[in-house]
Design a protein around this ligand. Sequence first.
Ligand SMILES: C[S@@+](CC[C@H](N)C(=O)[O-])C[C@H]1O[C@@H](n2cnc3c(N)ncnc32)[C@H](O)[C@@H]1O
Length: 258
Amino acid sequence: MRDPSFGRSLALFRAFLREQDDPRAAYELLARDAADQVERLVPLKDRVVVDVGGGSGYFTREFRRRGAHGYLFEPDPAELAPTGSREALRSAGAAGSDGTPRPQGTAVVADGYLLPLADGVADVCFSSNVLEHVRDPGTFLSELVRVTRPGGLIYVSFTNWLSPWGGHEWAPWHYLGAERARARYERRTGRAAKHRLGENLFALGVGPTLRHVRGRDDVEILSARSRYWPVLPGVVTRIPVVREFATWNLLLLLRRCP
Ligand SMILES: C[S@@+](CC[C@H](N)C(=O)[O-])C[C@H]1O[C@@H](n2cnc3c(N)ncnc32)[C@H](O)[C@@H]1O
């Protein structure tokens, strides 16, 4: 898929809408798309790729499929289990004969603030949709930079708070307030919401994040753009106020300074 293009954005949006019914198809498509974005800058074959907060490992598996040495770091063991129905997981070989999901690939239970890695070991440090889930994004970014070799690539993307999807499972009602949106979600679905603002979801903005990254002397910004936009993805992130609503998901491609 060409990035950016309407066809690509439409395919990703369709997959996003069907994520609840068919998570495997949605995440495999997203993983292929992200690996394409990385490969436009760094050939993946034989490279060390560290996926921080990699959840159930779709991205790591895609990196490995392309010949990279992919390693998954995830603090929550429950997230390591692949998502999908027992039937779908069994047929994909991602679950045992009784349908119990099993983690795929090389996974390490570890917090992104404190990775059990030496300085500069990764050619690519990858983190998709994690930054809005950490209380101190600056420190989290510093750890990604630390484990990346000088000249290596850091891929960071996150859904910003004022994005239509900023409230995650209780979006778009977060525009009316987080607590109200969460209560509404729980009332409507009868399920406990996964996220709570200030605990495991934080109101991270595009502007403050860009200012933070521009102020760092350990990374060079290769690209700061909307991850999914079909046209001018790098322009929308430059317009104050508008970018907070329209970016949807900010993608930062950074190079660690020598
Ligand atoms: C929305 S999921 C994203 C999963 C996957 N990267 C993706 O893009 O589909 C957020 C992930 O961030 C992880 N996470 C939260 N805090 C973290 C931390 N301090 N260090 C590393 N990962 C963290 C969560 O456990 C969860 O797996």
